[in-house]
Design a protein around this ligand. Structure first.
Ligand SMILES: *Cc1c(COP(=O)(O)O)cnc(C)c1O
Length: 309
């Protein structure tokens, strides 16, 4: 657990009356797989869960070390990729993620309401060998699997219109190319960060390789009013950013650059707008510093890409 979405997995597992052990990391950092290894030693661990992209803090967790621990402990690996699928490198088969679940509405940019999920042969075997029924009909994969399998045994009425929308969104992902899309998210975040840092702002996630490209958590400078800035961004510029949850409420802003939203014009407009809001509150920012740094970042990256062609 390193934020509210990985905590939610804990909450769900507890409600399903599983015996769950929490391994926590401070907000702004990924969980250390070593801590999980230590906690699991000598115990019968059935499953390890983590969020690849923890949206509440903007932290990216590397999957591979947890796969190693899961192998050692004979556990299944479950990964929440709601805020990372189609934006951040993910290799479900190569990294042997047993259960990978996501959402249609984040980086895939389809309407909300669906949760794409994959199940490995190892996880499927666990379901098939269950001696008791799954407590919920809604999320009973033992029966749902017979629906999406070749038997096509009815389990629920599928939301047809959403499936069409998801298919269209996936078509756009394929048209752009998955790798190109990952790179787009990475570059737009780098430009955003260059702009924020040039304005004298600090990020919650210190280690660059722990930063989730879809959500950037910015520390709110002392003396600046969290809500005022967010309201002004919305009222004056039609831009919505999020605040922090729980212990970091009022301490961070969360800037989303996901799927369709991860675009150069959005980055530049946001930096200009944020600068205006900060200046209005008396926070000293070098005029145009944020936009200038982001533009420079884009130009340098594009020149480098051009030179390598
Ligand atoms: C948004 C999000 C969720 C929850 O998705 P809902 O569709 O709102 O239930 C879960 N995990 C992560 C990492 C998310 O970003």
């Amino acid at each position: 657990m390193n934020g509210i979405f990985s905590e939610r997995m804990y909450e769900i597992a507890t409600r399903a009356s599983s015996k769950v052990t929490k391994i926590e990391a401070p907000y702004g950092k990924p969980v250390d797989s070593e801590d999980v290894r230590r906690a699991g030693k000598g115990k019968k661990v059935r499953m390890i869960g983590l969020a690849q992209g923890e949206t509440s803090t903007g932290v990216l967790t590397k999957i591979e070390p947890f796969r190693k621990v899961a192998d050692e402990l004979g556990a299944l690996l479950v990964v929440d990729t709601v805020a990372s699928l189609a934006a951040v490198p993910l290799h479900v088969d190569r990294e042997r993620v047993d259960i990978c679940f996501s959402g249609s509405q984040k980086a895939i940019s389809a309407p909300p309401g669906m949760s794409p999920i994959t199940v490995s042969p190892a996880a499927e075997e666990v379901f098939r060998e269950r001696k008791t029924k799954v407590q919920s009909w809604y999320f009973d994969l033992t029966t749902a699997m017979n629906y999406w399998g070749k038997d096509r045994l009815y389990h629920h009425t599928p939301p047809i219109s959403l499936i069409f929308a998801l298919r269209e969104a996936m078509r756009l992902v394929v048209e752009e190319g998955l790798e190109t899309r990952w790179e787009r998210h990475r570059l737009n975040q780098l430009a955003l960060i260059a702009g924020l840092e040039a304005m004298g702002l600090k990020l919650l996630v210190e280690n660059p390789s722990d930063r989730l490209p879809t959500v950037t958590a910015v520390m709110i400078p002392i003396g600046v009013n969290d809500e005022k800035v967010r309201n002004q961004l919305l009222d004056e510029f039609n831009i919505e950013i999020a605040g922090g949850f729980g212990p970091i409420k009022g301490k961070i802003w969360r800037v989303g650059l996901m799927g369709y939203c991860s675009q150069k014009p959005n980055v530049l407009l946001f930096l200009a707008a944020l600068e205006k809001c900060l200046i209005d509150q008396g926070f000293r920012v070098g005029s145009g510093a944020g936009v200038g740094a982001a533009v420079k970042n884009y130009s340098q990256v594009e020149a480098a890409v051009g030179a390598s062609r």
